[in-house]
Design a protein around this ligand. Structure first.
Ligand code: PFF
Length: 444
């Protein structure tokens, strides 16, 4: 079937859409809790290493596969490796995208709840932010309703089309979110007592090191960059022929990392400065996991004038960042069903939304199910996907295709040294390291 593919209209739009996919709850909700769990600085150091050595090359890899295949995540592999089983790598990613939606949407629902609470002033009027968040966790009906609404919102944007829906919204709102985060970061580090929080974030604490720290870091890096679930392959397939894949991957990864670190700079100093006893800080940080964002940030707003206004702005922007991520996740599965199974996009979106709602309701009712989905995706499926993508580009794909994609058929000047180094990383370093990290994290 020859489906005419839509392309992103402008260069900025393309970076914004890919960054919109990457920057999401993973940066602001998941990263700080992972960093707290991993003991702060060392985790962050490993995380940045994973972004540089595996994340950026693999993101470029997904762009290459998507733009040269010009199809969905499975179809692109089929075009580049006809008659082989490589298409299953794409399909693994598509399945992962679907499963991620099953718990990610629940957190998106929490964000909706917090938007409403902020607007109504209820959030800032609460006695205890911890209790407020726990009440929400106990109420699976409320969580489910918000989750369903967020799923519908995502479905609406998908049906509005790639260019209009994704590009326009991402282009305007991402910079606004970034600005707000900068303001909050500034407020947080200027609180008295914030220094300890900064130290926690930037001074390595060897006592907290666990054997899973590498796996946690790589899983978080892939999750945050939207790698290993076909998202960047699918977006790559919409890129224009003159888009610079290498620079886009660098820019998106840099932005994504900045936002994550900024979220840490907001949350840790605030958590240390605003929690009364040191013991509770550490337990909140470590056990706080998902709650960190929804407890600490409102605490921080409490210390600002016009607190409800700030809270509203923050949660609305967070919701939008989450939306540009859920759009990309749903787009992966939609394009697959549309192109490979000949489903109408509308039907595909309906079908996926129903599946996501089933997973989402289960995740709202059962925190264990939520954790299993989160764990299997971040710690097993994403590293595996990353491994296979690096093997595909490093060993299978004709180097001429890789070079042609990275240089736009020779029109961009990319040094031969860079190209060789790129292949070297995907051929040897990434596969060996990912297997090592995986085995060490799972079995030791
Ligand atoms: N990268 C997104 C985040 O950090 O929130 C989550 C995500 C989006 C994961 C899209 C995967 C994906 F395909």
């Amino acid at each position: 079937m020859n489906i005419k593919r839509i392309k992103f209209a402008s260069k900025l739009g393309l970076v914004a859409a890919a960054a919109g996919s990457a920057v999401g709850l993973g940066n602001i909700w998941r990263f700080p809790s992972q960093a707290a769990d991993g003991g702060g600085a060392l985790f962050i150091f490993l995380y940045i290493g994973c972004i540089a050595f595996f994340g950026i090359p693999l993101m470029m890899g997904e762009f290459i596969i998507g733009r040269s295949g010009r199809a969905n995540a499975s179809g692109s592999f089929k075009k580049l490796a006809p008659g082989t089983q490589w298409k299953w790598v794409g399909r693994l990613g598509i399945l992962t995208a679907f499963l991620i939606l099953g718990f990610y949407m629940v957190v998106c629902g929490w964000t909706m709840e917090y938007i409403v609470q902020s607007v109504s002033g209820q959030l800032m009027a609460t006695e205890s932010f911890g209790e407020n968040f726990n009440n929400l966790l106990q109420d699976s009906t409320r969580q489910s309703v918000w989750m369903v609404l967020f799923t519908l919102l995502t479905a609406f944007f998908i049906l509005a089309g790639v260019k209009k829906g994704i590009e326009q919204s991402a282009k305007i709102l991402m910079p606004v979110l970034f600005l707000l985060l900068l303001i909050l970061g500034f407020r947080s580090v200027t609180l008295s007592g914030s220094a300890e929080g900064l130290a926690f974030l930037f001074k390595p604490n060897m006592g907290a090191v666990k054997s899973t720290i590498f796996l946690d870091a790589i899983g978080q890096a892939f999750f945050s960059l939207s790698i290993g679930m076909g998202a960047m392959t699918t977006y790559g397939s919409y890129f224009r022929d003159d888009s610079n894949l290498r620079n886009t991957a660098f820019q998106v990864s840099l932005l994504d990392t900045l936002v994550a670190v900024l979220a840490g700079i907001i949350i840790f100093p605030a958590a240390f400065a605003l929690t009364q006893t040191p013991e509770t800080i550490v337990t909140t940080l470590v056990a706080g996991g998902p709650g960190l964002l929804f407890i600490t940030i409102p605490q921080l707003f409490h210390h600002l004038p016009f607190s409800s206004l700030w809270a509203t702005m923050f949660f609305v922007l967070l919701g939008i960042a989450a939306l540009t991520s859920t759009i990309s996740l749903m787009e992966v599965v939609t394009t697959f069903l549309h192109e490979e199974l000949n489903m109408l996009r509308r039907n595909a979106v309906t079908f996926i939304s129903m599946g996501v709602v089933v997973l989402g309701v289960t995740s709202s009712i059962s925190p264990q199910f939520f954790d299993i989905l989160d764990y299997t995706n971040a710690k097993i499926m994403l590293p595996l996907s990353g491994l296979f993508i690096s093997l595909f580009i490093g060993w299978y794909l004709d180097k001429k295709i890789t070079f042609a994609q990275l240089t736009n058929d020779g029109t961009l000047s990319v040094s031969v040294r860079f190209l060789k180094f790129y292949i070297f990383i995907l051929r040897y370093i990434a596969p060996v390291a990912i297997v090592g990290i995986f085995v060490y994290g799972i079995f030791f």
